[in-house]
Design a protein around this ligand. Structure first.
Ligand SMILES: *[C@@H]1O[C@H](CO)[C@@H](O)[C@H](O)[C@H]1NC(C)=O
Ligand SMILES: *[C@@H]1O[C@H](CO)[C@@H](O)[C@H](O)[C@H]1NC(C)=O
Ligand SMILES: *[C@@H]1O[C@H](CO)[C@@H](O)[C@H](O)[C@H]1NC(C)=O
Ligand SMILES: *[C@@H]1O[C@H](CO)[C@@H](O)[C@H](O)[C@H]1NC(C)=O
Ligand SMILES: *[C@@H]1O[C@H](CO)[C@@H](O)[C@H](O)[C@H]1NC(C)=O
Ligand SMILES: *[C@@H]1O[C@H](CO)[C@@H](O)[C@H](O)[C@H]1NC(C)=O
Ligand SMILES: *[C@@H]1O[C@H](CO)[C@@H](O)[C@H](O)[C@H]1NC(C)=O
Length: 302
């Protein structure tokens, strides 16, 4: 416990220093999504300690490593087929990226994209967006057409998530097919269906589809609270899923638009949090993500 506290103190100090540095460099680059809620706001379904490590360390490290690899590539004069600021384009273009960047974007860039989707579509338990009435009419129609009912879809997605062997993700994914526009699929590690079929991984069903809902089943998402009980985490997950955000993701996917993974947090949902406000007086929005990304550099080596 003392170790955890000392990590958090260091995190706060580094975050404060990083915020000063980052204030000077405001060019567009990949960064963590701001949390539209406080780190402890998903209690009791997802605990504060899990959120601190998951958002503040694991996710931050994926973003940091992605930025470092992109910087290395451009510093080395490597020409890339897509903008280094566009994470969706990067992970969708794995096959066109040079080695070794392709592997780093697969693992670290995948981790950055997947966690952006994940954290952005969670919300405090009991909030209106967690109710199934928050599902938009178009998404509800699509779910009914593809799975019979919302309950059937969530049961099928939970079953798929339960069967992922080791670390990985279960997805509700937009295929673009008129006959079956939603599919459930899973990927290992930080792979993402947008990457298509990948070397050394089992075949991905509906490869190329756009995830609109993602369940992280890495142990880092639940082990501190639930130990090995993944089903208990899955039950908690549905209680903090933001259906309004999933509906927005569906709309974007249908229109062929990139999912907006960086949009600032809606003010109304923001609550003051000790965890977030400890590092800086201007916390709670984009700044925290960038600070956390920078702070991860130090955290990851302690
Ligand atoms: C940095 O980029 C160069 C050129 O692509 C590559 O050879 C090298 O392995 C990269 N280093 C790391 C740590 O990725
Ligand atoms: C990023 O790439 C995606 C996929 O290629 C594309 O749809 C989107 O328009 C790009 N975003 C920007 C801001 O260029
Ligand atoms: C990256 O490129 C190398 C060389 O072309 C290839 O062997 C490897 O399978 C690629 N990795 C991915 C993830 O596509
Ligand atoms: C839900 O799934 C069950 C089991 O697969 C199936 O029997 C049932 O018909 C489905 N419900 C609807 C409304 O499609
Ligand atoms: C539906 O789309 C997915 C890709 O999103 C593709 O893998 C699959 O073959 C398509 N199925 C049909 C029947 O077109
Ligand atoms: C959440 O965790 C942070 C970091 O350890 C801590 O500062 C904060 O007091 C915790 N909040 C609650 C409600 O336990
Ligand atoms: C974070 O990025 C910096 C460079 O931007 C790099 O020196 C450092 O090793 C990275 N840390 C981790 C844990 O990847």
């Amino acid at each position: 416990m003392a170790r955890i506290i000392s990590y958090m103190n260091r995190f706060v100090i580094v975050a404060a220093a990083a915020s000063a540095l980052l204030a000077c460099s405001a060019q567009a680059q990949i960064q963590q999504v701001a949390l539209p809620y406080a780190l402890d706001a998903l209690e009791p379904e997802i605990d504060n300690a899990t959120m601190n490590f998951h958002y503040g360390t694991h996710y931050a490290t994926y973003v940091n490593n992605t930025l470092a690899a992109l910087k290395n590539a451009t510093d080395s004069g490597v020409r890339l087929p897509v903008a280094t600021s566009n994470l969706t384009a990067l992970i969708s273009s794995i096959k066109r990226l040079p080695s070794p960047l392709n592997t780093t974007i697969r693992n670290q860039g995948g981790g950055a994209w997947n966690h952006a989707l994940y954290f952005k579509h969670l919300t405090p338990p009991g909030s209106p967006a967690t109710q199934s009435t928050a599902i938009s009419a178009p998404l509800r129609d699509a779910i009914n057409a593809n799975f019979g009912s919302v309950d059937n879809m969530t049961a099928a997605l939970s079953a798929a998530a339960g069967k992922v062997f080791g670390s990985g993700w279960a997805w509700l994914c937009y295929t673009g097919n008129s006959s079956a526009d939603l599919a459930i699929t899973t990927t290992p590690n930080q792979d993402n269906p947008l990457m298509g079929q990948l070397p050394g991984a089992p075949a991905v069903s509906a490869a190329g589809c756009t995830p609109i809902l993602g369940i992280d089943v890495w142990e880092h998402a639940y082990y501190l609270k639930h130990g090995p009980k993944r089903p208990a985490y899955l039950e908690s997950f549905w209680k903090v899923l933001n259906w309004q955000q999933v509906s927005k993701n569906y709309d974007s996917a249908v229109q062929g638009l990139e999912l907006d993974l960086s949009e600032a947090a809606p003010r109304a949902l923001e609550a003051p949090s000790k965890a977030v406000s400890a590092g800086s007086s201007s916390s709670g929005s984009a700044g925290f993500g960038a600070m956390a990304a920078a702070a991860a550099a130090l955290l990851a080596v302690v």
